[in-house]
Design a protein around this ligand. Structure first.
Ligand code: 5AD
Ligand code: FES
Length: 348
């Protein structure tokens, strides 16, 4: 599909015509990654962050957040729970926390890999190539770092650089691939100032980067952030809406552009449609879900956007909820680690 066709779909609002897009995406999903839905246990292990991303509720700027970093033994305990629920991998996610040193993270990865047959995914921000190398050597399998938007002006407007360091997430993604990680990225949909054309460019960037994992969620304004307080929305017709429908269109078009990638039905989607957002994501291109296994006491302090789904549940409740939702749409929970077929294709 070319750029003009993608833009036409992104602007399409007729539900009958959109049915054709959902059908194409669901067929491509089934043909390339099958009916298995792989589950990743999400461990939000630290909400410390040195950065000031304009949209994010746990930015260093937000003084009302109670900061925590879980102990290694608490993290391993969460990983044990994830394994107990039958999940094939865990995602260790945090803010950009320099208390998470190279050696500290290495030890956590080693502890999990020594005890459990899980794939380990890191989502810990913009880190030095030497740290990424050490963590890969310690056994980390995958790394997630969204580029958020491929529009460089918009990106820099919402991501103030740290003093003396220019943020280049594309360079980090290339490094991750060189190190042999399964590489994941993604974007937010409907950032103030983001156009339909920008979203089409995001899909092109997913394709050019040959990503193994792609996460897409709606931008959700957080009242305690600069962007949540004063956003510069473009005029109607130019501004990409931060809606549920727009997010499905991006998920579906991404499945068609990157047929073998693992694509989660995200928590942000479950947040704007608590009733069946997760299911609709899975029926319009997605094949992965990331149930939260963070202890309830900590997850309350990890509110990157308001009203975040699952904030009051515990790991067992999310496990039951997700399994039920997957079965209700005639899909099944995948066994094993659920590596991206896009990654495996490079190995054979
Ligand atoms: N709305 C939607 N998504 C958000 N993220 C962070 N803050 C928000 C928000 N306010 C997403 C970013 C980040 C991921 C972990 O969560 O895309 O990469
Ligand atoms: Fe957490 Fe549904 S997945 S409550």
């Amino acid at each position: 599909m070319d750029r003009a066709e993608r833009i036409a779909w992104l602007r399409e609002d007729n539900p009958n015509r959109l049915e054709a897009l959902w059908r194409l995406a669901d067929d491509a999903r089934r043909a390339n990654v099958g009916d298995d839905v792989h589950l990743r246990g999400l461990i939000e292990f630290s909400n410390n962050c040195v950065r000031r991303c304009g949209y994010c509720g746990i930015s260093a700027e937000n003084r009302s957040v109670r900061r925590y970093r879980m102990r290694p033994d608490e993290i391993v305990q969460c990983a044990r729970m994830a394994h107990g629920f039958g999940y094939g991998s865990v995602v260790l996610q945090s803010g950009e926390d320099y208390g998470v040193t190279r050696d500290w993270m290495t030890e956590v990865i080693r502890l999990i890999k020594a005890e459990l047959p899980l794939a380990v995914t890191l989502s810990v921000g913009e880190r030095h190539p030497e740290e990424l190398r050490a963590w890969r050597a310690a056994g980390a399998d995958r790394y997630l770092i969204r580029f958020e938007t491929s529009n460089p002006a918009l990106y820099s407007a919402i991501h103030p650089d740290l003093p003396g360091r220019v943020s280049d997430r594309f360079a980090i993604l290339r490094t991750l691939k060189e190190l042999g990680y399964e590489a994941g990225s993604g974007v937010m949909v409907g950032i103030p100032g983001q156009t339909y054309e920008d979203l089409a460019s995001d899909i092109q960037a997913f394709q050019d980067l040959d990503l193994d994992m792609i996460g897409i969620g709606p931008y959700l304004p957080h009242p305690a952030t600069p962007l949540g307080q004063s956003a510069q929305w473009l005029p109607e017709g130019e501004q990409a809406p931060n809606t549920e429908l727009m997010t499905y269109k991006m998920v579906a078009l991404t499945r068609l552009a990157c047929p073998m990638a693992n694509i989660p039905s995200t928590t942000a989607l479950a947040t704007i449609n608590t009733k069946d957002g997760r299911e609709l994501g899975l029926q319009r291109g997605a094949n992965v879900v990331m149930p939260n296994v963070t202890p309830p006491f900590y997850r309350k302090q990890y509110e990157i956007y308001p009203g975040k789904a699952c904030i009051t549940e515990d790991a067992a409740q999310c496990a039951g909820c997700i399994t039920g939702r997957i079965q209700s749409i005639g899909r099944r929970v995948g066994a094993g680690r659920g590596a991206s077929p896009n990654y495996r294709k490079e190995l054979v």
